[in-house]
Design a protein around this ligand. Sequence first.
Ligand code: ADP
Ligand code: MG
Length: 368
Amino acid sequence: MNEGVWAAPGRVNLIGEHTDYNDGFVMPFALPHTVVATASRRDDGLLRLHSSDVGGGAVELRIGDLAPGRGPGHWTDYPAGVVWALRDAGHPVGGADFHFESTVPTGAGLSSSAALEVVTALALDDLYGLGLERWRTARLCQRAENVYVGAPTGIMDQTASACCTEGHALHLDTRDLSQRQIPLDLAAHGLELLVVDTQVKHAHSDGEYGKRRAGCEAGAAALGVPALRDVPYEDLDAALARLEDEEVRRLVRHIVTENHRVERVVAHLEAGEVRAVGPVLTEGHASLRDDFRISCPELDLVVDTGLAAGAVGARMTGGGFGGSAIVLTDVSASATIRKSVREAFAGEGFGEPRIFTAIPSAGARRLA
Ligand code: ADP
Ligand code: MG
């Protein structure tokens, strides 16, 4: 018996990169691409998971046996982790059948993992009448990914998937989880945001992510603040002068300037100066490339080629070392930019990138 159909989107982050584990600000919006779950309750304590996007048949797990570290280390850990996190928080969740089907590219920095978690949580919330608030759903999904899957991600991705609304970017304070929906109507300004999925993921990316996190924590400790969010932009030079380690100094400079860039983007959007966002994105890329050092040749090529072909601004987005970049462009220059990027990739001998227009779309919802 099918009890319902739910959808949760992937996201792209407009600005605010690697700030979410520094208690800072981020500004993602939801993509039209979603993970769709068809789900129903079971009364035998089994969780049955099937995805049309991965090989292999359905996987059956006993919900009473779910525990961190016991997962098989494949895709089913994401939905199973959500069931575990909900039950561990005391929510009365029983067995369920899930079938997933997705249009969110996986491993492209567009958060297919969060979409998979959030759609699972939303379906269970409805099926078992939990009445969870969206921000809490996001927290529990983050816990599933951190503790059950074992990936040390921040809160941005799950909150974006759970809380974004159509036509808006989500200005999120990752410390207190307060949110503001900021209208983002690019078309009304003759603009378009391209997502360029480089389709590469360099193998060392997970370890490098951990190193950046540790470096940021070391910076906060050296400055005597709970998190780098607590270093005001106005105090940046004084803070940098107090840091001895050059590596840490660079990380701190990225986080503090990046939080400031989020504020600048919000101010521009609220003033209706959408085009002015472009140079801020480009500055953000330089900071990620030179200070945070998480770009790669493919991402730099998208940004450099896009700008040379007339883009208003461009930057890598997501964790880095591959994944996707975003390019803000006049609609009139979009075709030229797409062509230039494809040609540049071919010229460098890189694999063909996937390019699409990102339209700020709805967050997680029930479809039927
Ligand atoms: P991203 O979140 O950037 O797409 P991650 O590595 O965090 O990349 O998550 C990707 C993983 O999420 C996939 O390798 C797979 O295990 C899981 N996943 C995402 N979407 C699906 C899907 N539709 N079906 C099964 N597993 C999925
Ligand atoms: Mg992910």
